[in-house]
Design a protein around this ligand. Structure first.
Ligand SMILES: Nc1ncnc2c1ncn2[C@@H]1O[C@H](COP(=O)(O)OP(=O)(O)OP(=O)(O)O)[C@@H](O)[C@H]1O
Length: 249
C-alpha cells in the first residue's frame, strides 16, 4: 500500500552551512492528505526533495513499506512549484500532461527524441486505453485538452500540473505549494480534487504557507521549521500553533 517513513533526517546544502533540516521524522500513509506548513526558509522544499530522492540526507533513512527509497523511488512523484514552470512554452494541456509518462530520473538522461515523439503524438505512449483522457477528467480539465498553456488561469495551470504528475505510476505524491497564489474558489476546487485522490488510496504530502481554516481540509498537519515543531490532526495542531508563535507564516 506504500507508506513512506522518513526517520531522523538531517541535511545541509554544504559542509559550511547550518543544516536546512535537523532530525526530521515524518510518516506519509496511503489514503491521507498531510499538510506541511512552516515559514519561509523552514526547509519544506528541501524535505520534499529528500523524500523524492533528488537529494540524499546526510543522516537518517527514508523507506517505503520497509524498503529503502533507493529501490522504491518510482513510487514517489514530486510536483514542483507552479512558478518554476515556463507557462509560455508553446504546447497544449494534453501534451503537457502526456509528458508525465516520461521518467525524469536525471534530466541529462532524458532522451530528447523520446520527448519529441511524445509531443508529436501525446497518446502514442499511453499504455492503458484512454489513460490520458481519464487523468485529465480526474482533475476536471478534459475541456482544456487543446488549450495552450499560456491561455490558462492559475487554478487551471495547477490542475494541469497535477494531471501530469498523476501520469506517473507513483502512489505517493509530494506537492510543493500547489495553492500558492490561487484565489479562494480555485484553492477550494484544488483541495476537493486532492481529497478525492486521497479517498482513492493515494498518499498526498502538500507543502503550504496557509495557516488558516484550510488546514481543516487535511487529515494530518506537520509544522516544520528546520525540525518538526508539531504534528497531528488539524484540531490538535491548532492548540499548539499559538504556543509556537510563528508569526511569519
Ligand atoms: N540549492 C540550495 N543551496 C543552498 N541553500 C539552499 C538551497 N535551497 C535552499 N537552500 C536554503 O535551505 C533553507 C531551506 O530552504 P527551502 O527552500 O527548503 O525552504 P522552504 O520552507 O521551502 O521556503 P519557502 O517557503 O520560502 O519556499 C533556506 O535557508 C535556503 O536558503
Amino acid at each position: 500500500m506504500a507508506t513512506l517513513i522518513a526517520d531522523n533526517l538531517t541535511y545541509s546544502y554544504s559542509k559550511k552551512s547550518k543544516p536546512a533540516l535537523n532530525k526530521v521524522s515524518v510518516q506519509i500513509k496511503p489514503g491521507t492528505l498531510t499538510a506541511l506548513v512552516g515559514p519561509n526558509g523552514a526547509g519544506k522544499s528541501t524535505l520534499l526533495k529528500l523524500l523524492q530522492g533528488q537529494n540524499n540526507p546526510d543522516i537518517g533513512d527514508i523507506t517505503i513499506d520497509g524498503e529503502s527509497l533507493v529501490r522504491t523511488r518510482s513510487q514517489v512523484a514530486l510536483m514542483p512549484q507552479r512558478s518554476s514552470m515556463n507557462w509560455k512554452f508553446p504546447i497544449t494541456v494534453e501534451k503537457l500532461v502526456s509528458l508525465g509518462q516520461i521518467k525524469y530520473s536525471k534530466s541529462k538522461n532524458t532522451n530528447p527524441f523520446q520527448i519529441k515523439a511524445l509531443l508529436a503524438n501525446p497518446k502514442s505512449w499511453v499504455n492503458k486505453c484512454c489513460e490520458l483522457e481519464a487523468t485529465m477528467q480526474r482533475v476536471g480539465i478534459s475541456n482544456l485538452a487543446n488549450r495552450r498553456l499560456d491561455s490558462l488561469s492559475g487554478g487551471q495551470q495547477q490542475r494541469a500540473l497535477l494531471a501530469k504528475t498523476l501520469m506517473s505510476p507513483a502512489r505517493i505524491l509530494l506537492l510543493d505549494e500547489p495553492c500558492a497564489a490561487l484565489d479562494p474558489p480555485a484553492k477550494d476546487d484544488f483541495l476537493k480534487i486532492v481529497r478525492k485522490l486521497a479517498d482513492a488510496g493515494l498518499a498526498l504530502f502538500i507543502s503550504s504557507h496557509d495557516w488558516g481554516s484550510s488546514l481543516n481540509s487535511y487529515d494530518q498537519v506537520v509544522v516544520l521549521d528546520k525540525t518538526v515543531l508539531a504534528s497531528g490532526t488539524p484540531n490538535s495542531i491548532q492548540g499548539k500553533l499559538d504556543d509556537l508563535n510563528i508569526s511569519s507564516l
